[in-house]
Design a protein around this ligand. Structure first.
Ligand SMILES: Cc1ncc(COP(=O)(O)O)c(C=O)c1O
Length: 392
């Protein structure tokens, strides 16, 4: 019997010489090149060695030419969606490869809305939901989330009112939610889908964080919601789960042939319906039994990080913490400590930590910061202790 690999997430691995954005862009965004980076949502935890081996094996062949979208890529996506998310993708042609989820967001906006139309979002939410909308000349229809019992909740009557506006044609849903870490439950998703269906609004369900969900929560894909069957586009990627966003390998699942055709046209216009050859190798390698075991160990490690980070932050007594059900991100409210730029300066210069500022997630994020907990515990916890000492 083959021995099970035990993954080491505790070792500190230097990212020097790799041009990792979260390190290389520190001077530009924080004015300090040695601040410890807990901002950009990629982890300082290693991808599985079996992925490195598969990439090496491919790179060892000296030709890197145009590469077919070969069956193993689609088979592995279908296997993963079925095993991990209880979603049965009935045929390969329902899957569209895409270089990145954000590329797909922009193409969906182009495919399903016209200039001047509006795109619905539940904010605060991942920044490109706003920037892709406005960059394409569309308006943002922003429905701020409520905070109920310390976690985000949808204000369904406000949402329904907004979605019923004649200019709203598309909704961008973050499922699970970044930055709040909500793993939306079936009732909530059914309600969103029902409102969108009745109002003829297409749902783009960004499920990039769906593999990182903490028990007892579990991910429900919009693909499994009946009311969304004819109007959903689901986006997923290997980027977050296997910490390989630089490979740029994502995909869409679109059950409805009409929507699929429109999205394909948008892709073809800018020749963005394919991914690079290493991305294909990576998808076919990661979405496997070995990948499922890596993911299981990763989620266990991250869950412990999240629990310890939230516990520490709560001892401050003044930082409000949203403990996530999903994602490796913790959303916290520093607004009791005064103006945002003062808090930002203290975090960077006194605590030596770089966090994502809340305004990246829209106006509803003002006063909040997001901490990336995808780091070895012996770097992460001392950084959080410094924050608590400073603001406690
Ligand atoms: C919700 C969400 N969607 C998309 C992305 C980026 O995906 P990609 O790199 O595939 O464009 C991120 C990255 O942080 C994210 O949090």
């Amino acid at each position: 019997m083959q021995q099970k690999t035990v993954y080491d997430f505790d070792s500190i691995i230097s990212r020097d010489e790799t041009h990792a954005e979260k390190y290389a862009a520190r001077e530009r965004f924080f004015g300090k090149s040695d601040v410890e980076p807990f901002w950009v949502a990629d982890m300082d935890l290693p991808s599985p060695e079996f992925l490195s081996r598969a990439l090496h094996a491919r790179v060892n062949h000296p030709m890197y030419g145009y590469t077919e979208q070969y069956p193993a890529v689609f088979e592995s996506i279908r296997w993963w969606m079925s095993e991990q998310h209880d979603v049965n993708i009935v045929s390969d042609d329902r899957i569209l490869l895409s270089p990145s989820v954000v590329t797909s967001i922009s193409l969906a906006i182009q495919a399903f809305t016209n200039e001047g139309d509006a795109v619905a979002v539940l904010s605060p939410v991942y920044g490109p939901f706003f920037s892709c909308t406005t960059a394409n000349g569309r308006k943002v229809a922003d429905c701020p989330l409520l905070v109920q019992d310390g976690r985000f909740a949808v204000d369904f009557s406000a949402f329904e009112q907004m979605v019923s506006r004649s200019d709203v044609k598309l909704m961008l849903l973050c499922n699970p939610h970044n930055p709040g870490g909500r793993s939306w439950n079936r009732d909530e998703l059914e309600c969103i889908a029902d409102i969108c269906q009745r109002n003829g609004v297409v749902i783009f369900s960004d499920e990039i964080h769906s593999d990182i969900v903490y028990s007892p929560s579990s991910h429900v894909s919009m693909l499994g919601i009946d009311a969304a069957r004819s109007n959903v586009i689901m986006a997923h990627s290997i980027g977050k789960t296997f910490n390989c966003s630089g490979l740029q390998a994502s995909y869409l699942v679109i059950p409805d042939a009409g929507l699929r055709g429109r999205l394909r046209i948008a892709q073809n216009r800018v020749h963005a319906g394919d991914i690079n050859l290493l991305g294909k190798t990576a998808i076919a390698t990661c979405f496997s039994e070995a990948g499922a075991e890596y993911k299981r160990q990763l989620v266990a490690y991250l869950h412990e990080n999240i629990k310890q980070v939230c516990g520490l932050l709560r001892t401050s007594g003044s930082i409000r913490v949203m403990e996530p059900e999903a994602t490796f991100l913790v959303w916290c409210d520093f607004s009791s400590h005064g103006a945002w730029d003062g808090v930002f300066r203290r975090l960077v210069h006194d605590a030596n930590v770089a966090l994502s500022g809340g305004s990246f997630f829209g106006p509803a994020g003002e006063g909040w910061f997001r901490i990336n907990c995808g780091h070895p515990r012996r770097l992460l916890l001392p950084a959080v202790e410094r924050i608590v000492r400073l603001f406690g």
